[in-house]
Design a protein around this ligand. Structure first.
Ligand SMILES: Cc1cc2nc3c(=O)[nH]c(=O)nc-3n(C[C@H](O)[C@H](O)[C@H](O)COP(=O)(O)OP(=O)(O)OC[C@H]3O[C@@H](n4cnc5c(N)ncnc54)[C@H](O)[C@@H]3O)c2cc1C
Length: 381
């Protein structure tokens, strides 16, 4: 057993840290305040090889593992989670194309994602279907000759208003008695007639990342846009979730680490009762607890990512990483804000942003409760 990152992994960490620390701080407050993002930053990150790192070399990527993706995500999130998501989740769904798509689809969709020329998103959630996708999804694709005609709506879709194409979870066989065989994944180019996206504003955190509500009104796509097998949509969704739950856990670790770093700086400088805050034991305990929880979370991320890279999907380990890290990030950012006192309550202080950014890691890609259900189901079966 070896707890050291390889030389190549350490180089990736240094490069990602240098890029994030050099590029994000000056823009983070503006993107958060205005709920906006600069595509030039995404392009620059892609040129440096940070985007779609898992895309295989023959499709323009670097063919790296989930571990490397998580290392970059932690580094970016420690500086700004919103920008991290805007840049790195620009390839959210490429995992499905790479695993289940036809050769023609891989050639068409993957290279522009790796180069940063295109953005993809994955649309599962609907206004009335979130945790229970298998039973509650109503968006439907009906086959007419050589086309699918899609009707319905999707909610909370990352990159929905920004993406060039979206891979969509739709019903194709609603009467199938097996609820896990009722759906398929279909690629929808966002310039198709009948497709509309409205950018959602007023999010609590990760405000640099675009989130949108989508509507499909008789959107026609060729049958060749079906990704993977008909009726296999649920399994394809689970493939993506298994990978990206670990990525979100890495996002949570980075967010918590950013909060710890801010706190250490603050408590050494801030004087109360004629002494730095750092000299008080209750502050020291918070710093020590945050370090321990972050390290524990990172170890879960590394093990889950490493096992996936070795070809093992351990559902309870993935769920443990996601649920522990999400809760840990919320707790650590809360403690960080507390250590900043009134200043932590101000928008100009990074801890306020991290406190708001942390919460999403408990919600998307499977809520904390859903992850616990997965763990319990696996442990008790
Ligand atoms: C910023 C943002 C970005 C997102 N990006 C995407 C995206 O790119 N693509 C996409 O498809 N979706 C996306 N989502 C949606 C996200 O995945 C869902 O919000 C999430 O899965 C929860 O679904 P829901 O909101 O419908 O909550 P619900 O399913 O209604 O759950 C509400 C609460 O009930 C709990 N609950 C539900 N069922 C159970 C149960 N059986 N037992 C115990 N508790 C339960 C949940 O844990 C939660 O606390 C995004 C959401 C946000 C906020």
């Amino acid at each position: 057993m070896n707890f050291e990152l390889s030389k190549e992994q350490k180089d990736i960490v240094s490069a990602a840290r240098e890029f994030a620390q050099g590029e994000f701080p000056d823009r983070a407050e503006e993107f958060d305040r205005d709920e906006t993002f600069d595509e030039a930053l995404h392009k620059k990150a892609a040129e440096l090889g940070f985007v779609g790192t898992f895309i295989k070399e023959e499709y323009g990527g670097l063919g790296m593992g989930l571990m490397e993706y998580c290392l970059i995500f932690e580094e970016f999130s420690a500086v700004d989670p919103g920008i991290a998501v805007a840049i790195l989740i620009s390839s959210y769904g490429a995992e499905i194309v790479q695993e289940f798509g036809s050769e023609e689809q891989k050639q068409r969709y993957l290279p522009p994602l790796a180069s940063g020329e295109a953005v993809i998103g994955s649309a599962f959630t609907e206004p009335d279907a979130g945790s229970d996708l298998a039973s509650a999804t109503t968006t439907i694709a009906i086959r007419e000759n050589d086309e699918y005609v899609i009707n319905g709506s999707k909610m909370f879709i990352t990159n929905g208003d920004r993406a060039d194409y979206l891979i969509c979870f739709v019903q194709t066989d609603p009467d199938n008695p097996d609820r896990h065989r009722r759906h398929s994944m279909i690629m929808v180019e966002t310039d198709r007639d009948g497709f509309e996206a409205s950018h959602l504003t007023g999010k609590l955190g990760i405000r640099a990342s675009d989130t949108a509500e989508l509507s499909f009104n008789n959107v026609r796509v060729p049958c060749s846009n079906l990704v993977g097998d008909l009726g296999n949509g649920f399994a394809e969704a689970m493939h993506l979730f298994n990978l990206d739950r670990v990525v979100v856990a890495a996002q949570a670790v980075g967010t918590a680490r950013g909060a710890l770093e801010e706190s250490i700086q603050h408590v050494k400088k801030r004087i109360a009762f004629n002494a730095p805050l750092a000299s008080f034991q209750s502050i020291q305990f918070k710093i020590a607890d945050m370090f321990t929880w972050i390290q524990a979370g990172r170890n879960l991320v590394y093990e889950a990512a490493w096992r996936i890279d070795q070809g093992t999907i351990d559902h309870k380990l993935i769920a443990a990483a996601k649920s522990f890290c999400g809760q840990m990030a919320v707790k650590c950012t809360d403690m960080a804000l507390q250590m900043h006192g009134g200043y932590g309550y101000l928008a100009e202080y990074k801890v306020q942003r991290l406190f708001r950014d942390a919460k999403i890691t408990e919600i998307y890609e499977g809520t904390t409760e859903i992850e616990k259900i997965i763990m319990a189901r696996n442990l008790l079966k």
